[in-house]
Ligand binder design. Sequence first.
Ligand code: URA
Length: 201
Amino acid sequence: MQGCCGNKKALLEEIADEIRNCHKCGLSESRTNAVPGEGDPCASIVLIGEAPGYWEDRMGRPFVGAAGRLLNDILGKIGIRREEIFITNVLKCRPPGNRDPRPDEVRVCTPFLDRQLEIIRPEFIVTLGRHSTAYIFEKMNLKFYGISRVHGRIYEVKFPEWKCRVIPTYHPAAALYNVNLKEDILRDMLRLKENLSAFME
Ligand code: URA
């Protein structure tokens, strides 16, 4: 690992420790494990999900349940390995019964996500589902018309010190019982792959 990546790894590990010790909201009472996220500290691509589910809470790792297997399958189809990207969530702890994240939970938890993005500074962010898309769109002052309207489009966004492209797609859990949505995610991810290749040239 090169020096800069070693530094990023250390900074991400500091945040992960803070997340594991966080008691800023009630989700810390019901969690088994916090799920900070994982992957390459120097990744060109960051995937952002909604919140840990049952298996993620048990294992302390993102996307390891059924939705994770579907995501792995799609990543495999486009030739991207999980180890070369970074995967995280809007909320780092599981909402009981997998209910939707509440606005107060999003407010206290997302500074962790913001700091992760600021350290990694990826070229591409893929938002998985409406919650992570709504969060990133609001942060970037983009109008969010619903995931079915924006998925597969590429949004160029500027952070104060860096810029990247955001590609929203459906949440893999929504595609578990809907083959059409799985194909949509695959198509959106293929756009990501094409753009990544163009970016790398
Ligand atoms: N769903 C998510 O949004 N994130 C996970 O980590 C797992 C399932």
